[in-house]
Structure formats: structure tokens, C-alpha cells
Design a protein around this ligand. Structure first.
Ligand code: F6P
Length: 342
């Protein structure tokens, strides 16, 4: 059997660990051959491939990024996209595809599976917003990077008696903000799921200064003020899946805090640092187990599924289960963290 592998959407630490596990088990246990598709769905769409075997996977376990490259190409945005993919898979002699991606990449995989393409999905994203799985790989690394940043910001904020606002990624889900904010002892965590009250945020700032500490406010890039002033956008630009590029809320918030409290406030945008570099041990472990289970699903002829973590077990669920609905922070889980605000 010849299996194609691709990585799509925003990259995240652990992609190479999945590729390595898929290939190692595929070759050694199942006797499969592989072909790498470059740059997400652009690979099968344009017949853009690279050799993929044990050789190409040597030494990649701890490496961030993806040896296959990635893109946000949406084949369904092109008239004959799906047909071209089917033709290119047939031309490359590919019997099944392992698609490693988030909501968008796996959304495409779901639609191709409905057309009869044999595809198995592997859920990745630093945002951790895919339903069907307890965790996606990449998230733990992003949270650790954000937590380390918060730890460092505490000491400099205290030296200068400043407010530091830390803007983290996560798109429409506040998981990175919530987990790193709890781990880093933030004075407030603002998430997209719950519009924030700027007056309350300023109260938390004042309270923290009264206790001789400097406040750290963690804000998710998709967080919005409750007064309905709208989402803060870096630009109106949209990607091929229709997502607007977020960013800028950290600066706006720091300006507003400074104006209202009279305390100096600065913003730090962590940005792509959260997505780059080496994966944590947890992400390497999860990515490896996802890869092993994905290639076993191919060997079992069980396609149209996505691998998923439930507790400590990796299971297979229908692809649509992972992409139908975004997994966001519940009001209860957010309320739990609020005891530490201020
Ligand atoms: O989905 C992962 C993610 O990093 C989001 O947290 C963020 O909003 C988006 O991708 C940024 O995408 P890009 O790197 O394409 O600007």
C-alpha cells in the first residue's frame, strides 16, 4: 500500500513527531510505502510531492515545524479542487492519505472522505479547539512557552511597578490564555468566550498594586470588550477559509488601563513564538501515539476517522466529530479561575 502524508494549517510543535511515527510504523510493521505531499492541501491539489521514508524522518522528533511544509490552501475554494486532488492521488498511486491538521485541514478531509477518498485525520493545533479529543498536540508547548513568558514578565513588571498585558494566540478559544494564566498566576485572564468588563479589569489592576505586586493581564487575541466595541482586528484580511487575522487587543487594553488607572501599562504580543521550536515531552508523546494509531487505522482499512485522546487512551472517532463544532472554554471552567483575579 502507498500512503500519502500532509500537514496543513498553522504549524505547531509535534508535527514532525507524528510524521515520524506514521512512517516508522507504516514501513516496519505494515510494509507500506510513503509519499510526502508538500504544503498542506496544496500538495495533492498541485501534485507537489517529496520522497518520504525512514531516511527523511531521522532526527526530526524534537524539531518544531514540519518537514512537509504547510499552507492554508482550501481546495474547495477552487472549482475543480476536489477532482484535481482525486486525479493527483491516483497519478501518485496513493491508496490512502494521512492528513494532519486542525479545524480547516480536517474539514477538507471530512468532505473528501464523503466523496470516497480514503483519509485518516490527526488533530493538531496550539489552540486546542477541536472537539472529539481531550487535547491536540502543540497546545502543551504553546502553554509552556506562554507560562515561561509570564514568569519572566512578573519580575520586570515588579521592578518597574508597571502593568504588563500579555497577548496570546488561540483564535476563538481561550484555552492558551486560561491554562497559561492559571499556571503563571495572572491578575486576570480575558478570553474570547466571555466578553470582558474593562472596569473590572482595572479594579483587578488596582487590587494587585495594593498588595505590592505588579499585575499581569493575560488576554487572548480574540477577546472582546463587553461594551460591544467589536473585535480588535489587525487587518480585515481573511485567509482561504474565511478567518480574519486577529491581533491588537493587547495594545488597546494596555492603553485603556493606563488611561483609566494612571499606571504605566505595556503590552507584549507572544505571537508565533508560541508555535515555533521544539515540542514538550507531552506533545512528543501525544503526537507519536496519534501517529501510531493513525497508520494502524489505515492498515485496518478504517478511514474517514480521526484519532483522538480520551483520558489516556487514543481512540478513533468519525472525522466529522472533530470538526463539527469548536471546543471552547465553558463558563464553569472560566469561573473556577476567577478566584485568583485581582
Ligand atoms: O490556529 C493556530 C493559530 O496560531 C491561531 O492561534 C492564530 O490566530 C492563527 O493560527 C494565526 O495564523 P497565521 O500564522 O496564519 O497568521
Amino acid at each position: 500500500m502507498r500512503v500519502g502524508v500532509l500537514t496543513g494549517g498553522g504549524d505547531c510543535p509535534g508535527l514532525n513527531a507524528v510524521i515520524r511515527a506514521v512512517v516508522r510504523k507504516g514501513v516496519n510493521t505494515h510494509g507500506f510505502e510513503f509519499v510526502g505531499f508538500r504544503d498542506g492541501w496544496r500538495g495533492p491539489l498541485e501534485g507537489f510531492t517529496m520522497p518520504l521514508g525512514i531516511e527523511q524522518c531521522r532526527g526530526i522528533l524534537p524539531r518544531g515545524g514540519t518537514i512537509l511544509g504547510s499552507s492554508r490552501t482550501n481546495p474547495f475554494a477552487t472549482d475543480d479542487g476536489p477532482e484535481r486532488i482525486e486525479a493527483n492521488l491516483a497519478a501518485a498511486g496513493v491508496d490512502a492519505l494521512v492528513a494532519i491538521g486542525g479545524e480547516d485541514t480536517l474539514g477538507v478531509a471530512t468532505r473528501l472522505a464523503e466523496r470516497g477518498v480514503a483519509v485518516v485525520g490527526v488533530p493538531k493545533t496550539i489552540d486546542n479547539d477541536l472537539s472529539g479529543t481531550d487535547f491536540t498536540f502543540g497546545f502543551d508547548t504553546a502553554v509552556n512557552i506562554a507560562t515561561e513568558a509570564i514568569d519572566r514578565l512578573h519580575t520586570t513588571a515588579e521592578s518597574h511597578h508597571r502593568v504588563l498585558v500579555v497577548e496570546v494566540m488561540g483564535r476563538h478559544a481561550g484555552w492558551i490564555a486560561l491554562h497559561s494564566g492559571i499556571a503563571g498566576g495572572a491578575s486576570a485572564v480575558l478570553i474570547p468566550e466571555v466578553p470582558f468588563d474593562i472596569g473590572k479589569v482595572c479594579e483587578h489592576v488596582e487590587t494587585r498594586f495594593r498588595s505590592e505586586y505588579a499585575p499581569i493581564i493575560v488576554v487572548s487575541e480574540g477577546a472582546v470588550p463587553a461594551d460591544g466595541s467589536g473585535m480588535s482586528l489587525q487587518s480585515g484580511e481573511k485567509d482561504a477559509f474565511g478567518h480574519v487575522r486577529l491581533g491588537g487587543i493587547g495594545d488597546r487594553l494596555a492603553g485603556e488601563i493606563e488611561r483609566r488607572t494612571g499606571k504605566e501599562a505595556r503590552a507584549v504580543v507572544l505571537g508565533h513564538i508560541q508555535r515555533g521550536g521544539t515540542p514538550t515531552a507531552f506533545d512528543r508523546w501525544l503526537a507519536t501515539r496519534f501517529g501510531l494509531q493513525a497508520i494502524d487505522a489505515v492498515a485496518d482499512g478504517e478511514t474517514g476517522v480521526m484519532v483522538a485522546l480520551r483520558g489516556t487512551t487514543v481512540i478513533r472517532v468519525p472525522l466529522a466529530e472533530g470538526t463539527d463544532e469548536l471546543k471552547v472554554v465553558s463558563p464553569e471552567e472560566y469561573a473556577e479561575a476567577q478566584v485568583f483575579f485581582g
